[in-house]
Design a protein around this ligand. Structure first.
Ligand code: ZN
Length: 422
């Protein structure tokens, strides 16, 4: 299918100071959209009501000029904003109660650290903070009215990476418990099952782990094997319901403010693990303006998960070998056919964008491109690829694969590979 949208993560400086490079991308790669960071100056005028009391710059001249320049060049403009995750740790000083709390009652700061957990510097607010959610609805509506971008684009609008294993068992604070009840769940039962799952996996013996490997268990199948009724599916459906509900609130505010002209969208996490961060692709496709499978950070978003889980299995399950632990972790998220290595060290997890010459890069990203496509989706799908660091040939193959699958557009982080002559 012909690509309808080709986007680039950019900024006003690129447009205003280097328009020739943007023009080259329009000619050679069909660029027709830029994502610009929405700085805190946009808070101007609303700052007094911001529950986080963020500093706000008053001057938005560069941003306004950048938006104008992009439109003049025939480009769509998306403005980028944040969600509940990805907050600096100091944001919580004196307000720890606003961070997530797990099913054992622990606040985020008291949860154990996990090796290869990649988001420790980025903390997570409880997604049910009413003042936070309603302020952001008001903020995004204001942005839609004052700047009239083609889309407001969110990032980190989710729970933390599943590599932070214990975070998956929150938020279970009283605010979230109340929301669960409103959504029709019996929260006591829901939390009790999640607690049971969390306890059971930390006592998993090698025979159980090997049984799961032999039978091809996925993530939920393993928890069922561990005796948890429903395998925690309802716990993760509840968490996704919280995030989708928040998206609905913000989307409605933006729609009303712009008369339906501004689309609210969000990057959507790596499809194979998206549900574990609260991103339910079909539900998001019914709520936001598009889905946006986020695949550029191989180390940070993808490989950290099997590395972290395998490290925990080695701690929890005596007798399991490193190769078995890693194989099980990969199998739980459906990556058994990708051909990852047998050792955690060989994954080079700490490299955010993944190793430059990663033997399984194509297989891994191509698989997630397939998993991120919803055939009967009411909205388009725009996966994000890394074109600044990955090998040019791999980028080209992935672009071809995304188009064959039927994704309606692609968004790039970095553009070097797009300008190389084939
Ligand atoms: Zn909560």
């Amino acid at each position: 299918m012909a690509r309808q949208l080709t986007g680039l993560y950019s900024g006003p400086d690129d447009l205003l100071d280097h328009p020739e490079r943007i023009r080259e991308l329009q000619e050679k790669a069909g660029l027709n959209m830029v994502i610009l960071g929405g700085g805190t100056h946009i808070l101007f005028g609303l700052r007094a009501r911001d529950p986080l009391h963020r500093e706000a710059e008053a001057d938005d001249t560069r941003l306004r000029q950048g938006i104008e320049k992009a439109h003049e060049m025939g480009l769509e403009v998306w403005l980028l904003f944040g969600g509940w995750q990805g907050q600096p740790a100091e944001t919580f000083a004196g307000q720890e109660d606003r961070s997530i709390r797990d099913v054992q009652g622990r606040l985020l700061k008291d949860m154990p650290q996990v090796p290869f957990g990649m988001e420790y510097a980025q903390k997570m607010f409880c997604p049910s903070l009413e003042d936070y959610n309603s302020f952001h609805a008001e903020w995004y509506a204001d942005v839609a009215r004052r700047y009239a971008p083609d889309s407001i684009n969110l990032t980190h609008a989710r729970y933390s990476s599943p590599s932070l294993f214990f975070d998956m068992f929150g938020c279970a604070c009283p605010r979230c418990a109340h929301r669960a009840e409103e959504m029709g769940y019996d929260f006591e039962k829901l939390a009790a099952r999640a607690r049971k799952g969390l306890e059971a996996i930390q006592k998993m013996d090698a025979a159980t782990a090997r049984g799961a490997l032999a039978d091809g268990d996925d993530f939920f199948g393993l928890f069922e094997r561990l005796g948890v009724e429903g395998g925690l599916r309802d716990w993760f459906a509840f968490r996704a319901g919280v995030i989708t509900g928040n998206f609905r609130q913000w989307s409605e505010a933006v729609r009303q403010a712009s008369g339906g002209k501004v689309r609210l969208g969000s990057d959507t996490h790596v499809p194979g693990i998206a549900l574990l961060v609260g991103h339910d692709y079909p539900a998001i496709a019914r709520t936001l303006g598009y889905t946006q499978p986020l695949l550029p950070h191989i180390g940070w978003h993808l490989l950290c998960v099997p590395a972290a889980w395998a490290s925990l299995f080695l701690q929890w399950t005596p007798g399991l070998t490193e190769a078995e632990a890693l194989r099980l972790a990969c199998q739980l998220i459906g990556w058994q056919a990708v051909g990852l290595s047998d050792t955690i060290a060989d994954l080079h997890v700490t490299d955010v964008d993944g190793p430059k010459h990663c033997p399984f890069l194509y297989n891994l990203v191509a698989l997630e491109l397939e998993r991120g496509f919803i055939p009967d989706s009411p909205v388009p799908s725009y996966p994000v690829l890394q074109a600044g660091i990955w090998p040019v040939e791999t980028v080209r193959r992935l672009i071809r694969r995304a188009e064959e699958i039927g994704h309606q557009g692609l968004i790039f982080q970095g553009a070097t590979a797009l300008l190389e002559t084939p």
